[in-house]
Design a protein around this ligand. Structure first.
Ligand code: NI
Length: 205
């Protein structure tokens, strides 16, 4: 992550350079850098990435069936449905932790038995996320430090947590979907079925 840090110093505007130079001297920022979080320096940059990742996550959630929600991982772990609902319900919860108010909070324990309900809820959560961040934070706010989940970090880095969290759980879903016998939409690269649609064999190694 130190590479990313220096990239910002090299290509960022003067205001950003000044802030990050200051942060570099601060022990706390080193934790942020070690944590592998992207430091967003503009709201537009976050919205663009959020829209892309939330869109891919929506494609995955739209492919779920009611029966697949019961797909287990192990007796100790969350089922596919519980992970899917965790993606949806934790997003407004994380925004509140960041100090961003959201209208509709979702009960993490009230897991719907309908796949469509989960997918529809994410549609609304993802739109609400963009709107709330755009309305409540400015580019200038992103360099402000705040305590999130017990760690001091700039607001611009907390937004990265939001995105990495949905990517992490989305990856878990795609494996469980195969185990439940579902087709998986491609995310960063074609899914098995999509290779043949392009007239190619899916790689086996
Ligand atoms: Ni999680």
């Amino acid at each position: 992550m130190s590479v990313l840090f220096f990239m910002y110093i090299k290509w960022g505007n003067f205001a950003i350079l000044e802030k990050l130079t200051y942060y570099y001297l601060d022990e706390k920022i080193k934790i942020m850098i070690d944590g592998g979080l992207t430091m967003y320096t503009s709201i537009a940059e976050f919205i663009e990435e959020w829209s892309h990742e939330a869109g891919s996550t929506q494609k995955i959630l739209n492919a779920l069936t009611d029966a697949s929600l019961q797909q287990p991982v192990s007796p100790e772990d969350r089922t596919l449905g519980q992970i899917a609902w965790h993606i949806v319900s934790s997003t407004p919860g994380m925004l509140m932790e960041f100090g961003i108010n959201v209208k509709d909070m979702l009960d993490p324990a009230a897991i719907p038995s309908s796949a469509k309900e989960i997918a529809d809820a994410f549609q609304s959560v993802s739109a609400q996320t963009s709107k709330a961040v755009e309305q409540q934070w400015t580019d200038q706010n992103l360099s402000e430090m705040q305590n999130v989940f017990g760690r001091e970090m700039p607001k611009g880095a907390t937004l990265s947590l939001l995105i990495k969290h949905i990517i992490h759980h989305r990856g878990q879903l795609t494996i469980l979907m195969r185990q439940a016998g579902l087709k998986v939409p491609g995310v960063y690269g074609p899914a098995r079925e999509e290779w043949s649609q392009m007239g190619m064999d899916a790689p086996t190694a």
